[in-house]
Design a protein around this ligand. Sequence first.
Ligand SMILES: Nc1ncnc2c1ncn2[C@@H]1O[C@H](COP(=O)(O)OP(=O)(O)OP(=O)(O)O)[C@@H](O)[C@H]1O
Ligand SMILES: [Mg+2]
Length: 246
Amino acid sequence: MVIKMIRVENLWKSYGEKKVLQGIFFEAEKGKISCIIGPNGSGKTTLLKILNLLETPDKGEVYYNNICLTELNDNGKRFYIKKMAMVFQQPVLYNSNVFDNVAIGLRIRGLRKNEVTDQVNDILKTLGLYEYRDKHAYTLSGGEAQRVCLARALVLKPEILLLDEPTSNLDPSNTQIIENVIKEYCREEGPIVILTTHNMFEAKKLAEKVSLLYNGKIIEEGDVKNFFERPKSDITLKFVNGEIIF
Ligand SMILES: Nc1ncnc2c1ncn2[C@@H]1O[C@H](COP(=O)(O)OP(=O)(O)OP(=O)(O)O)[C@@H](O)[C@H]1O
Ligand SMILES: [Mg+2]
């Protein structure tokens, strides 16, 4: 069986003079949680946006199951974008209630009303949001809003799930809810999951594979045990020992 994976090759991206990504090679497999860890400004969000085909690299390619996505025309890209869901670092919610915010992707895909209702209700229950279904999205707390964004992504059952700092700024109980759902979802549905964080405890708890992004380069990567127990680079060692904190 061929393992589904997403892969980038020699990715470069600058904004003006700032070289944000400098020759990134990275891959993530189906059924595993891959974590990109790095300090503020290291290029995590930029890398996820390129994977999601929202940003175009200056150089380099994105492959999904050996299909080069970056070479496709707009129609081809749209086809693959529909297989992905990204949860952004800052929750983006529409001017409507929680139910509509979660239902939007299913409605765009043309599902029948009762299918939309069932699937949205299920995911709202999973994320502890069912009682908020009629609440206006703009009146939610940060943690609730972040959960709504995750629900909106998960309800689509994407093949590739991109999570940009899914628990930053959340309290421990919201963090726990989100981490449990991510773990459970990854086990059951087995998508490719890539999440970014600057929190090593989150990486340890969730990830199977960890890649350290530093100044636009992947300094070190490996399975979670080797990464934290046997780091090879000085930067990783300092980070793991708590001498530098991201
Ligand atoms: N659209 C843009 N235009 C100009 N500069 C940008 C743009 N997007 C990102 N940058 C710059 O690129 C660098 C990397 O940004 P990016 O958001 O990818 O980092 P990050 O690792 O996600 O950081 P954080 O942990 O703060 O979210 C930063 O210096 C940022 O200011
Ligand atoms: Mg970011």
